[in-house]
Design a protein around this ligand. Sequence first.
Ligand SMILES: Cc1ncc(COP(=O)(O)O)c(C=O)c1O
Length: 399
Amino acid sequence: MTDLLSKFDPLIQERETLLATGVKDPFSLVMEEVLSPTVAICEGRETILLGTYNYMGMTFDDDVRQAGMKALEEFGSGTTGSRVLNGTYSLHRDCEDALKEFYDMDHAMVFSTGYQANLGIISTLAGKGDYVILDIDSHASIYDGCAMGNAEIVAFRHNDVEALEKRLKRLPPEAGKLVVLEGVYSMLGDVAPLKEMVRVCKENGAMVLVDEAHSMGFIGENGRGVCEAQGVIDDVDFIIGTFSKSVGTVGGFCVSNHPKFEILRLVCRPYVFTASLPPSVMATAGTSIRKLMHSGNKRAHLWENSKKLHKGLRDLGFTLGTPEAQSAIIAVIMPDLEKGAMMWQALLAEGLYVNLARPPATPANMTLLRCSLCAEHTSEQVDQILGMFEAAGKAVGAI
Ligand SMILES: Cc1ncc(COP(=O)(O)O)c(C=O)c1O
């Protein structure tokens, strides 16, 4: 018998070598209690959270929690069915209405996760004989959507408008083309030049899908994302997003003004062949989305925090993923996995949690300490965080 798990031996070996150096496993941390969007108890001590996607701090919002509890009482714990059978409750429709209002668009379709939204929409739109043109640093769910749909994948260099244009011009003019972009790229926290890219797509007859997972709620005057901030929201064909970041719960969605959009509900397999989200999740998501429409002050505070952390870390001598803060993600580049894991552990010992990210999730084989800020972090917490980075950085020789 061939052991089908033996293909993972190199990864098992790498992990064992790392743990043998004495560092803890950075991928198995348990949060014993969560006290607020910015503080949890980890390993028995209060820890500042700087590695969640809770950008707008909605997880503990009173209205959001009450809406969830009310729905749990009134509708029960789950739907036990697909959206196209017994799994559409009034709350699913209400959540889709909230999305339509939020984006000022005609159609909204809610999926069970953002991963499934990309998987479903990309694979349903682009099939055999069509082309998906994507940034090489695209999220795994985008690549998986392409693989499921069987379209030809054409990747271009990260955020490179000229490379995108060149690829588009080489494709058969009559072929179906879907360009998939992200507003914010989650590993380095950098923003796409959507204005130029969308123009190039339109000039070359391609439809455009933008994944705004890390920008919804925060970027743009109304929190609609990078498409809004760069003035192209009316030119993109589809926006994908998630409820697992700024919205503060779980779920995914696609919004669009395309007149034929509703047919996707019947042909999109990751929408049809899975159970719909529980009513409590729909109620929390709908309430959170409506509150995010009027969260200008929180957005301004999150920008202040992001800029302050970026400047502070740069001044301490860390190498960062972007020259200035472009989003709420500030990525600290580590020389290698061992040093990254040591720094991660030293920060945890100081009382700070960040995300350790490593290849293949990261671009160019980088090891990153990804810091993601929350609108609920106080300015004093950002000062504390910088103090912790200084102490940990000196202790492990990273600065
Ligand atoms: C760009 C991007 N798209 C989609 C997803 C998937 O979102 P979800 O957590 O809702 O599955 C993520 C999650 O990390 C993401 O970063």
